[in-house]
Design a protein. Structure first.
Length: 157
């Protein structure tokens, strides 16, 4: 199975990069992992709705180049799943012949509606708001946990 993570923006803090690197290393036992860090569109200090929409469309064009398989946009209106439910969804994707699952984390303004519409599963981590950089670490941890659940590992309690 291939897991892709498409993110808008790069990690700035070393501690977040280190945490992501650790989970990516652990995932290597279970899947092929691809990380695609895409450039965030620059906006004015107080962007208009039109400027935001144009930036999201431009980011969507970048995202579409890498998205394949089961597409999972991370968005506030998405479903909240437990760790075992996420594990089941990843397992079901593999069993149904989708060998790739692509998770997408947008910029601070979210994702273009076209990307959300491509989603076979729209996922939300919480009703709370998290920085996108921290959300990346949290998502990687949950993907790793899902593989541990699916293989009977001791990580998930």
């Amino acid at each position: 199975m291939t897991i892709k993570l498409i993110v808008i923006g790069k990690l700035k803090e070393d501690y977040l990069r280190n945490a992501c690197a650790e989970y990516i290393k652990r995932l290597g036992r279970y899947c092929t992992f691809e990380l695609h860090e895409l450039d965030e569109c620059r906006l004015s200090d107080q962007p208009s709705d039109k400027e935001i929409a144009a930036a999201l469309r431009k980011e969507a064009e970048q995202i579409k180049r890498y998205a394949s398989g089961l597409i999972v946009p991370m968005c506030i209106e998405g479903r909240q799943l437990s760790s075992p439910e996420l594990a089941e969804r990843i397992s079901e994707a593999g069993v149904s012949g989708q060998s790739t699952v692509t998770f997408i984390i947008g910029s601070s303004f979210g994702l273009d509606p076209e990307i959300k519409a491509m989603g076979g599963l729209k996922l939300s981590m919480s009703k709370m708001t998290f920085p996108h950089q921290l959300a990346r670490v949290m998502l990687l941890e949950q993907i790793y946990r899902a593989f541990q659940i699916n293989t009977g590992g001791k990580y998930h309690k």
